[in-house]
Design a protein around this ligand. Structure first.
Ligand code: CO
Length: 175
């Protein structure tokens, strides 16, 4: 089921999400709804708080490249579901132009670690480890920030942030 996206500057985006304790039906429904919502909005990732649920859960689904015309480039089975993720290694740095379904239409360059290694639980409560030094690394760091109440625009320089806030206010008034 597609749920409503929480849009900046909604206060819920500042919440520090809670650890998931039960890997049950309720969690599975949440993850399924997160996928439906992400797809409906053409996103590549979503944290639970972005649909108003303060649980440490996120999903990522990076579109497949070079697939036959008409085939789904973000099949559900390709979705990375991360519960209670923790970064256990991080190094290097890289810049990437990021966007966020909670700040629609805004794309800004953000600096993050290049490589991360993360421990997390899958939807069945099995412990998993993943590492990456490419787009997935950026996406995981972006989504994990949401679990701690952080949005990517908070990483912008003072001037860029000011400019963003001004334009965002203007846009909200006219929409
Ligand atoms: Co985001």
């Amino acid at each position: 089921m597609v749920r409503e996206i929480v849009v900046y500057p909604d206060k819920r985006l500042k919440m520090v999400s809670k650890e998931v304790e039960r890997f049950d039906e309720e969690l599975h429904t949440l993850l399924d709804d997160m996928y439906d919502t992400m797809r409906a909005k053409n996103g590549v990732g979503l944290a639970a708080i972005q649909i108003g649920v303060d649980w440490r859960a996120l999903i990522i689904n990076i579109p497949l490249e070079n697939i036959p015309e008409g085939e789904d480039e973000q099949p559900k089975e390709n979705t990375l579901e991360m519960i209670n993720p923790v970064i256990i290694e991080k190094d290097g740095s890289t810049k990437f132009q990021e966007g966020c379904l909670s700040v629609p239409g805004v794309y800004e360059e953000v600096e993050r670690a290049k490589h991360v290694k993360i421990e997390y639980f899958d939807r069945f409560g099995e412990k998993q480890t993943i590492e990456d030094d490419d787009f997935l690394s950026i996406a995981m760091q972006h989504e994990m920030d949401h679990l701690d109440g952080k949005v990517f625009i908070e990483k912008l320089s003072y001037m860029k942030r000011k400019k963003f806030e001004k334009e965002w206010k203007k846009r909200k008034k006219t929409s």
